[in-house]
Design a protein. Structure first.
Length: 301
């Protein structure tokens, strides 16, 4: 049971970050390399705004970062900025955030007291109470985002822009407005992850480095515009990470995690694997009209 709880706790953090960067990637086609540094900003807000309650610190972090996100989105859609240049812009933003944090707070690690102290007994496994709170909040937020993406007009527009932005514009969607909203939502998910999990992390200016690699791998394993697959990829990474850490020391477990993910990504890039996955995805869609047609022909006119 302890391993299951560890997987849930790890998934909460990776799920928020991966789904957030997947939202941005779906709308803009750009991998936000500042995603983990935005989490660092959220963590520092939780660590420094000590005059507020923890919940209000999380809210303040989200509000304070909105202007930064809007400014970065404006930089990304300047004329002549292609996908590679946009990724470099996000990398530069991340570097600027790290340098600003080091100048303001130094490189000394900070800790944040858990707002919910103590432990709870879950089916015989003793687990920190706040880790369960983080996992529950993160799972709820990720679930809401995925539900919105697949059950609302905004989610339909997001998928349409991800597939073909020109056609989506012809059909009435405003790609520029949607990209701005998607970038803000994706960035805020990262800030929420950093602020929410700050009592469980060592808050330093470079903490984003440890978070960026698994998030990037999660996005690599997902499909553009399909936020459910991004959440699933984050879950698989969390499960693999938790299991490896129960069997090996942390350093070895991290090395094996990266090796496995790189191998899976390499296999997924093979033409045969891509065709097989595409066929699996389209089989249900291909069968539904056939079944519907048979039912219509069998029904009395």
């Amino acid at each position: 049971m302890g391993v299951v709880l560890a997987i849930l706790g790890q998934f909460g953090l990776l799920g928020l970050l991966t789904v957030g960067v997947a939202v941005i990637f779906a709308a803009t086609g750009v991998v936000n390399l500042a995603q983990a540094d935005l989490a660092m900003v959220g963590a520092y807000c939780a660590a420094t705004l000590t005059g507020l309650g923890f919940g209000w610190r999380v809210v303040a972090a989200l509000v304070l970062v909105i202007p930064v996100l809007l400014l970065v989105e404006v930089l990304l859609r300047r004329p002549g900025v292609d996908v590679l240049a946009a990724m470099l812009v996000t990398w530069g933003v991340g570097m600027a955030l790290r340098q600003a944090a080091e100048l303001m707070f130094s490189s000394t690690a900070r800790s944040v007291p858990a707002p919910v102290p103590g432990t709870v007994d879950v089916l015989g496994a003793v687990y920190p109470a706040y880790r369960l709170v983080c996992a529950g909040v993160a799972l709820a937020v990720v679930g809401v985002v995925v539900l919105v993406a697949h059950r609302t007009e905004w989610g339909l527009a997001l998928r349409a822009v991800a597939d073909n932005s020109d056609m989506a514009a012809v059909l009435g969607t405003n790609p520029r407005r949607l990209r701005r909203a998607a970038f803000a939502v994706g960035g805020l998910l990262a800030v929420l992850a950093g602020a929410l999990y700050s009592p469980l992390l060592s808050v330093t200016p470079t903490m984003g480095f440890d978070l960026l690699v698994p998030v990037f791998f999660g996005l690599l394993l997902a499909r553009r515009g399909a936020l459910g697959t991004a959440a699933l990829a984050a879950g698989l990474l969390a499960a693999l990470s938790a299991l490896l850490r129960t069997w090996f020391p942390d350093t070895v477990a991290q090395m094996l995690l990266y090796a496995v993910v790189v191998a899976v990504a390499a296999l997924r890039s093979l033409a045969l694997i891509r065709r097989s996955l595409s066929w699996i995805r389209h089989v249900p869609a291909a069968r539904r009209p056939l079944s519907a047609g048979r039912q219509d022909s069998a029904s009395p006119s």
